[in-house]
Design a protein around this ligand. Sequence first.
Ligand code: URA
Ligand code: ZN
Length: 364
Amino acid sequence: MPIVDIHTHIYPPAYISLLKSRTTVPYIRTFPDAPNSPRLIILPGENDPATPSTSRGRPIGPEYHDIAAKIDFMDTHKINISVISLANPWLDFLPESEAAETARRINDDINDLCSKYPGRLYAFGTLPLSGSTGEVIAEIERLKSLKYMRGIIMGTSGLGRGLDDLSLDPIYAALQSTCTLIFLHPHYGLPLSVYGPRASEYGHVLPLALGFPLETTIAVTRMLLSGVWDRFQNLNVLIAHSGGTLPFLAGRIESCVAHDGFLKSEGRGEGGRRAVWDVLKKNIYLDAVIYSKVGLKAAVDASGPDRLLFGTDHPFFPPLEKGAEEWASVNTNYQAINEAFGDEEAAKGVLGGNAIRILKLNNE
Ligand code: URA
Ligand code: ZN
């Protein structure tokens, strides 16, 4: 059974040029003390002038934009097929007037990259969410004509007001009617104040280990509470990082709903909408990018072994040692799958079978 990586990013050439042309986050820049070492600065807070310039953001090398480097990485880690996606923050920051045209250019670029390695690469497209609703829907429909596209990737901001925004309904309707899978991925984390005054002493650990998954969990819970999956019962979402903390917290979410007098008085309490557990088993897929058997077990208990899909998050989390061939971040995920499922059929599904079935990766 082939191994399929469904969580693996790229910044295609058109996007790299865009980042290089900018002077505010997100952007790529060099600093006077290291003029030959461009750095990718994307996350809120990464541009803090108090942080030394050479540790702002991250160094950016070919692994971020060179498709040949992606294929090398796949070969090193025995990955047969990758479903590549634009990395955060996608096109969220573009002015309305540039969004649609940029989305078309980037999606075409990524589809072309896939065509260079037939059978090895597929992709999730990106949407011009700062454009008009009509432009977003037109791109959802156009993506269906691009041979290698298998869904779209997006963040948690939606049209600027989050994923429980009723203005997203026409977009959810278009995603549902075109059977387009959403790959939901965090970027914004939590307000920097929650990390405390000593945050800069802890590198990227708090925003990446906790901010990202909690951002995702809050976004999905808002979708649930606002009834997105009651209005769009066939809308399918693949949630990054094994659902943030959703599998672990689903029971608590249900219990808080059941005990909320305000929701009850409005007829939106227990029984007034689909249960979180039902949505987890029918509409939600989870990646296996959680780095431990404990997290994987929670994911599989919540959604089922046929809804869990291997991923790497390449090119993020590279080895810190120079010259290391294999990436510990990838091998930790392989090991967690092995510890959770051993030789069971479920392991083959998680490693590739589920992705091939769900994303229809064998009709070229
Ligand atoms: N950091 C990011 O900014 N994005 C990822 O996908 C992973 C780590
Ligand atoms: Zn990612």
